[in-house]
Each structure stands twice: as structure tokens, then as C-alpha cells.
Design a protein around this ligand. Sequence first.
Ligand SMILES: NC(=O)c1ccc[n+]([C@@H]2O[C@H](COP(=O)([O-])OP(=O)(O)OC[C@H]3O[C@@H](n4cnc5c(N)ncnc54)[C@H](OP(=O)(O)O)[C@@H]3O)[C@@H](O)[C@H]2O)c1
Length: 249
Amino acid sequence: MKIAILGAGNVGIPLAKAFAAHGHAVKLANSRGPETLRELAASLGVTAAWTADAVRDVDVIITTVNLNSYAAIRPLLDGVPDDVPVIDTGNYHPYRDGHITAIDDGQIEAHWISEQLGRPVTKAWNAVLAQTLAEKGAPAGTPARIALPVAGDDPDARRLAAELTDITGFDPVDIGGLDNTWRAHPGTAAYCTELPREALLQAVERADRRHAPLRRDLCMQAFVSFGDALDRESTVRLHRAITLTPDPA
Ligand SMILES: NC(=O)c1ccc[n+]([C@@H]2O[C@H](COP(=O)([O-])OP(=O)(O)OC[C@H]3O[C@@H](n4cnc5c(N)ncnc54)[C@H](OP(=O)(O)O)[C@@H]3O)[C@@H](O)[C@H]2O)c1
């Protein structure tokens, strides 16, 4: 498969590495241009590209950027055929993105992102810590394999997102259309809690929309306050504690 990844940060890098390791042709782009990515791209076995070149002649585009970057990406998609799915990893964090009134007022993030890009997105990998993505992937069938939600309105794109999630080492769990994505937003029990399939399904089912923004901000405050002192396991425990998620172990 030919895959474009827009965003070469914490999430884009492990995705690129996993796809390349499975024999896919990956073009990786950031906002500053391929020269800034050459060495990294060579080490991952992918091609560094300008954003405009990355999105040309590919089977799927993955956007993995902060929320204030979508406006710059939108014009790149103008010439991209409608049947090329866009899979997105983005989450709204007011601490980082500033306040977005529409989302604060209740618009589902994925709908807001789709509007920004001018085409529907499918969601994947938004509910996993980047470090988990980089280090905790496991082959299908591994007991207690970490499961990740996949959502979107186009069933074919959702199937593709599930296939790619599996390639990166995680059990894909189809949670339905974009209207359901709030169930795995930051501040919910499905977000960065590293649950296996059944526990994730329960978390998605019991998601608490009202308290999610407050819990999202509490997690972020702790994350910022503790900095490097908070390793991956402590971060997962923190998310479980704040979202009242039972430890599945
Ligand atoms: N970090 C996590 O644990 C995690 C987990 C799940 C989901 N997410 C979500 O995934 C998204 C990405 O997170 P991240 O932590 O990977 O962010 P990050 O490390 O800050 O990386 C963002 C990347 O986006 C690139 N970028 C910015 N504007 C761009 C543009 N117009 N075109 C192409 N690339 C552009 C940046 O390139 P330059 O450096 O050149 O500007 C950078 O490579 C966020 O929405 C985040 O909330 C993050």
C-alpha cells in the first residue's frame, strides 16, 4: 500500500516505522520540508517528502498533527481523489490548541476536523499514548493485546483503518460512526488506558461525556506538572484513576 503521513512527530514516527516494517511504501512529511526529515526517514525506511508531494498518488493519507495545523493541510487535499481515505489521529487539548469554541460548545472533534479538512475523516490511534504506540505493539492473538478504537462513517475506510491498526500491533475495535468518537476522546475511560478488547468495549459503552472535558484537562495538568517524572505506566495509571477505569489486570 502507498501511505502518506502528514506529521512526523510523536505519533507519525512510530506509524511510519510500523508500516515500513510491513513492506508498505510510506511518504512522511512535516511542515518544514523533507530536508529536515532525511536522516529520520532513512532510518525508518520511508521517503521524506514535501506535503504536496506526499499526498499525491497514495492509497491513504494519515494526518497526525495538532489541531491548529488542519487549515494548512486543507488546500493540499484539493486534488486528491475522493476515494482516498484520510485517517486522523488528532485530539483536542485546549492547553495546547487554545480554546476552539465549537468544540467547547459540544461539536464532536472529528466533525470539526472533517470541516477543517473539507472531507470526512476516519479516526484511529487517537486513544493511545505515542510511547505505547512505539513500544507496546504485539502480534494478533497475543493475550491481553492492547485494543484501540477505530471510528468513521465510511465502512471501507473504517475497515482499512482497522487493518492498519492491526499492522501497528494493536487490536482494532470498531466503535461505529464519527458521532460515536466522543466515547474515546481525552478524558474518557477508553483514552490512553491500554485496555484489551473486552474492557475497551465496556469503557466505550459506559463513556461519560459530561465529565470528559474536565477529566481531559486534569490529565493534561498532571502530565504538564510532572513532566519527565511521569513514565508511560504512571501516565496510564493516572488516566485510569481520573477516568475511573478499573485496572483490567
Ligand atoms: N503524543 C501522543 O501521545 C498522542 C497520542 C495520540 C494522539 N495524539 C494526537 O495526534 C496528533 C499529533 O500528535 P504528536 O504528539 O505526534 O504531535 P507532534 O509531536 O507535535 O508532531 C506534530 C507534527 O505535525 C507536523 N506538522 C505541523 N503542521 C503541519 C502541516 N501543515 N503539514 C504537515 N505536517 C505538519 C509537525 O511538523 P513540524 O515540526 O515541521 O512543524 C510535526 O512533525 C495530535 O492531535 C495529538 O493530540 C497524540
